[in-house]
Design a protein around this ligand. Structure first.
Ligand code: SAM
Length: 221
């Protein structure tokens, strides 16, 4: 249960300096959000690729969040320069109050990497991609922003794809197009950088990638 979790009343009440002290007074807010970041592999590998981009992991498990926090603190302390100053983590239920964390249109990338599958039909409402939540994801993502999803569970892949394709503010974008746009390093990290992704590799499992672009609201004609 997450009744003990505290949420900011609004993004404007959040003091990002606590999470990104090296960027204090830069006016920056996170641009990448890794939902259910687990042990933080994606954040760690993207941190040095995009050192000027703030990235936040959201994780619901206390110990796992603490692990990521410690991991980032250790990297910040041992690496020279401003490395890893741009990544941080927060313990939160990402299915609740996401718009309380991120200002409207502030994100350029949202990651859902190997989310919990919730196999049983009655558990589908617990899935992190659902029609209700897509409206929140569209709110925090800027037009042009990308949703990255990957899973080793084919049924979940089809589910996420179907919901995102049906939602008017998202359009499917293929891997090749994203690579041509210069997002190859992100795609590579999505495939291989997370702990769950590595586990799937060890077990020679398949990975299903699906990406979507946040489009401008359609005008009424
Ligand atoms: N993305 C990571 C990776 O690829 O290694 C972790 C994948 S793991 C299968 C799913 C993670 O999502 C778990 O760490 C779990 O605690 C977290 N999670 C599940 N529901 C969540 C929620 N509502 N909000 C935040 N994190 C959640």
């Amino acid at each position: 249960s997450d009744h003990s979790l505290e949420y900011p009343a609004a993004p404007s009440t959040l003091n990002w300096d606590v999470y990104f002290p090296a960027f204090s007074s830069s006016g920056k807010t996170p641009e990448f959000a890794d939902i259910g970041c687990g042990f933080g592999g994606l954040l760690i590998s993207l941190a040095t690729l995009y050192p000027e981009t703030l990235m936040l992991g959201m994780e619901i498990r206390v110990q796992v969040t603490q692990y990521v926090e410690d991991r980032i603190a250790a990297l910040r302390a041992t690496s020279s320069g401003a490395n890893y100053q741009n990544v941080s983590v927060v313990r939160a239920n990402a299915m609740k109050f996401l718009p309380n964390f991120f200002p409207k249109h502030s994100l350029s990338a949202l990651f859902f990497l190997f989310p919990d599958p919730h196999f049983k039909l009655r558990k589908h409402k617990a899935r992190i991609i659902s029609p209700t939540l897509l409206a929140e994801y569209a709110h925090v993502l800027r037009p042009g922003g990308i949703v990255y999803t990957i899973t080793d569970v084919r049924d979940l892949h089809e589910w996420m794809k179907a919901h995102l394709e049906a939602f008017p503010l998202f359009e499917s974008v293929d891997e090749e197009t994203l690579r041509q746009e210069g997002r190859g390093p992100i795609i590579d990290a999505v495939y291989t950088s997370t702990e769950e992704g590595k586990k799937v590799e060890r077990n020679a499992g398949e990975k299903w990638l699906a990406c979507f672009r946040r489009v401008e609201a359609r005008r009424n004609v």
